[in-house]
Every structure is written in structure tokens, then in C-alpha cells.
Write a new protein. Structure first.
Length: 372
């Protein structure tokens, strides 16, 4: 993990210089990080509609699931949804998008993630893609030629309508230069994750000026989960479990983004988990652990704050989750099972990891964790 962070920082630092370094320093002061999840459209604007899928409903379900998953994967991260029901910010689509950007700026968010599904007259076009903001003239002009997508749609700004001498443009340009490497890093991660569920990876796109990205002050992306107008993509998105999978892809990319750029103690937890997994075989079995208060358990999650053991995320282990206190920032350890040896716990661990990816085996004694 650490090598990966260094490799990525080496890629990012030459592009953004001191900004990446200062971000690291800021992180050591434990500033609260936040992400805004924006389910596209809503209220009077359904977005794309094809057969039985209405974009505004589909993206809302995925967004709510993203927030749910993040509360488990990264409880220290503040997650804000721009809407959690079928609503809009404004009757004008353009103003609506500006208000979403304003919401993001008011929250001083570190990342904006707009969630959408795509559609096109050409039904052969398929795949997932993630858009970032660039104000490069050549790219903007290329995209203008692609189609008349600016005609009646407040989701985009027509490059011809932008006054290049205005203060607003200067500010947007300077923000874009600073944020684009970060947005791209997230976009690449997100594309890769979505494609792992079988969607064609169309990659990171730039050139179309999304209104919400233009006015947002932080790095941001528009995630397009596939083309509703293509049969393969439609069948996937209509399939049971696709919302959960898309949410997993997006939330995993968010976790990677924050861990990579800012580091966190949960990073160390993951490293410990990997280490434990790789040295599992060398752990000496303690078959003498007969006292009730001593043994091995599977740690499902650890958290900075106390979590209700009946929380929905533990639904599969209802009534079987218990809190064991550990040390460090993430001292609330939510565990399952009681085993005489770590080998005995292995089978259940494999099962637990299907839901709790970072689960691992811990040794406890007298109600406290004594070893990982
Ligand atoms: Zn959309």
C-alpha cells in the first residue's frame, strides 16, 4: 500500500507541485475530509429514460448505497448527498446545476461525485465513462462537434457562451488547472472499478463543460455508469445487484482517493489486515485458550466512533456482533465469533470478507484486543 501511495504521489506531484505536499501536511493535523455525492436530475427532470429505467431514480438508489457503504468503509469521512429523495433545486436546469455546485462549495467538500447514466441515439455505443473538467480550447471545440448536446440542456455550458475575459472564467480556469490531476486520478480508479463488473471501460473523458463541475471549487467528476440505450448495458443496469455493484465501484474509488491523497489511520488498519493475512500461517495456534474471556475473533470493522451493534450494515450477523475495545484512533472494534485458534476462524473469515473486505482475525483477552 505504501509503495502504491508513493508511486501515485510521484505521478501527481510533478503536475500539481506543492499542493500535493501541503495536502499531506494538512492531513497530519487530522482535518475532517468530506465528499459530496450528487444523484443527477430529480423532481421534474427525470434525466434519461429507457424502457423500465428512469435515470433520476436509478442514480438516487446508487447514491444512497454509496453513502451507506462509505459509512462502513470510511466512517471518518463526511458524506453529503445533494438530494435523498425525488427532488430538484430549481426549475431551471442550469440554475439547478449551479446550486448543486454551491451546495458542494458550502460544505467545503474535498471531492464532488455526480452520478448519472448515459443514453445515445446510436444504440451500439456502450460502456462506462467518467468526465472531468478541462477548459482546454482544443478539447472543448472537439466536443462541440460531437453533437448538439448544448442546444437545450442546462447540464452543459456552451463553450461559445463563455466570456474568456471574465473573472468567473479566470477563476474556473485556475481551479481546473489545480484540480484536474486529482479529478483524473479519481476518474481512472472509478472507471477501472466499474469495468470490473463487465462494463466496457470507455475511460476518462474531458472537453464537455459540465455546469456543476465548472462552478465547483473542489476536484470533481461526472460518473456515467453505462448507456441505457445499449442492450448489453441496459440488461446489466436492470439486473439485480447492479446498483449495489456500481455503488461498490464508486465507494471503493472514493476510499482509494482519500487514502492515497491524504492518508489515514484506516490505511494503517488495512495494512495490518494485509499483513495479518499474509502471515496467517505462521501464527501459532493457541489451543490452550480455554478461558471464556480469551480467544480469537473476526474483526468486521473498526471505528473512531461507537456504532450500534444492531446497525443495518451488520444485518447478516444480527445479534452476533460484539464490541471489543482496542487502542488507537479506531478503538471501537466490532467483532464476530469466538475461536480457540486463528486457524479455526479462517473459514468464517473468508465468508466475512465477502461483505467486510478488511475483516481480519484478532486475539482478545479480558474484553480487549491484545494482538492482531
Ligand atoms: Zn444524467
Amino acid at each position: 500500500m505504501r509503495n502504491l501511495i508513493i508511486q501515485i504521489l510521484l505521478l501527481v506531484i510533478p503536475l500539481v507541485g506543492v499542493n500535493a505536499v501541503s495536502a499531506q501536511n494538512v492531513a497530519s493535523e487530522q482535518i475532517k475530509r468530506s465528499v459530496v455525492i450528487d444523484p443527477g436530475h430529480g423532481g421534474p427532470r427525470p434525466g434519461k429514460q429507457h424502457r423500465d429505467i428512469v435515470e433520476k431514480d436509478y442514480v438516487l438508489d446508487v447514491s444512497i448505497e454509496v453513502r451507506k457503504q462509505l459509512s462502513r468503509k470510511m466512517p471518518e469521512l463526511d458524506v453529503y448527498l445533494t438530494r435523498s429523495c425525488d427532488s430538484a433545486y430549481h426549475e431551471s436546469q442550469s440554475t439547478d446545476n449551479r446550486l448543486r455546485a454551491e451546495f458542494c462549495n458550502n460544505k467545503a467538500a474535498d471531492l464532488y461525485v455526480g452520478i448519472h447514466a448515459n443514453a445515445l441515439g446510436d444504440t451500439k455505443v456502450k460502456g462506462c465513462e467518467v468526465w472531468v473538467l478541462t477548459l482546454n480550447e482544443k478539447l472543448m471545440n472537439q466536443n462541440k462537434l460531437v453533437g448538439a448536446r448544448y442546444a437545450d440542456d442546462g447540464d452543459f455550458i456552451n463553450p461559445e457562451d463563455i466570456d474568456r475575459n471574465s473573472q468567473g472564467f479566470m477563476m474556473a480556469l485556475s481551479r481546473q488547472l489545480e484540480n484536474e490531476p486529482y479529478s483524473r486520478f479519481f476518474a481512472e480508479e472509478c472507471c477501472k472499478n466499474m469495468a470490473s463488473y463487465g462494463l466496457v471501460n470507455k475511460g476518462v473523458k474531458a472537453g464537455t463543460v459540465y455546469t456543476v463541475l465548472y462552478y465547483s471549487e473542489c476536484p470533481g467528476v461526472i460518473v456515467e455508469m453505462g448507456y441505457l440505450t445499449n442492450n448489453d448495458d441496459y440488461n446489466y443496469l436492470y439486473s439485480k445487484g447492479s446498483k449495489q455493484e456500481m455503488a461498490t465501484a464508486i465507494s471503493d474509488a472514493i476510499v482509494t482517493y482519500f487514502k492515497t491523497l491524504y492518508g489515514s489511520e484506516s490505511c494503517e488498519v488495512s495494512e495490518a489486515a494485509e499483513e495479518t493475512a499474509s502471515t496467517q500461517e505462521s501464527v501459532v495456534e493457541d489451543s490452550k485458550a480455554e478461558e471464556i474471556n480469551e480467544g480469537y475473533a473476526i474483526q468486521l470493522i473498526s471505528s473512531m466512533k461507537e456504532v450500534d451493534i444492531n446497525d443495518y450494515q451488520f444485518k447478516e450477523y444480527k445479534g452476533k456482533v460484539r464490541l471489543i475495545m482496542g487502542s488507537g484512533k479506531y478503538k471501537f472494534k466490532y467483532c464476530y465469533g469466538s475461536y480457540k485458534s486463528s486457524a479455526d476462524a479462517q473459514e468464517d473469515l473468508n465468508h466475512a470478507r465477502k461483505t467486510f473486505k478488511d475483516a481480519y482475525i484478532v486475539k482478545y483477552n479480558n474484553g480487549a484486543i491484545v494482538a492482531k
